[in-house]
Ligand binder design. Sequence first.
Ligand code: FPP
Length: 247
Amino acid sequence: MALFTHKQAGQAVSLPRHVAVIMDGNGRWAQRRALPRTAGHKAGAETFRTIATYCKDLGLDYLTVYAFSTENWKRPQAEVDAIMGLLDQYLHESIEKMARDQIRLKFFGDTTVLSPKLQKLIAETDEITKHITGFQANICLNYGGRDEIVRAARQFARECVEGKCSPDELTETKFPNYLWSAGIPDPELLIRPGGEMRVSNYLLWQIAYSEIYVTDTLWPDFGKEELDKALAWYQTRDRRFGGLSAK
Ligand code: FPP
């Protein structure tokens, strides 16, 4: 599959800098194999590893994945525990690998409610990878798009009350500085494996102009070729941002 890189000048649409993914379909993948749902999450964690490394190799700057939403706490305790266990295991294994592979790992969401062990691992991961400037993978954990926007509004209001700013200063440019994704460009491409046509409270502010690619392929089956397909599709898009076609 021919992909245009950032370096190939003159192409209509180069690769996106930032790709966001809703890692959906793990449960169905497992059910189709008569395996427990947790086996699907385990396979999904492996897919994340493959896709993160591939994004970095392709020269993308950011990958943001939805690992656990503010709504996922409603799932059976055993499944919640299994996902947390996988994250724990993943971070343990990744700490040295990320530094070796030069992948900066960040977390979006309120991680203060997670187990002390997981919080410690997150802090260690942050410390070990914070000097890495190339590729960054963001893992959304206990994340909700509405929650993120409300927290941002609350923080801005707090600063106004403290006399640091005034309501009229808030603009569409300034507001994102209060989001978990502060300083990161919005994703140009949102990928949803598993076939569902919805955004599920994911990056609600940031995906305002994202191209949305939905595929029936389930996340554990989403390999490098699937990502190539999504990127090639993205490169056919006419991105108008509310204006008229540049073509
Ligand atoms: C959605 O599939 C998936 C999740 C809620 C969990 C995603 C978690 C992981 C892939 C594991 C840990 C992640 C990392 C980054 C190491 P679903 O269960 O809703 O699938 P279904 O729609 O087929 O039921």
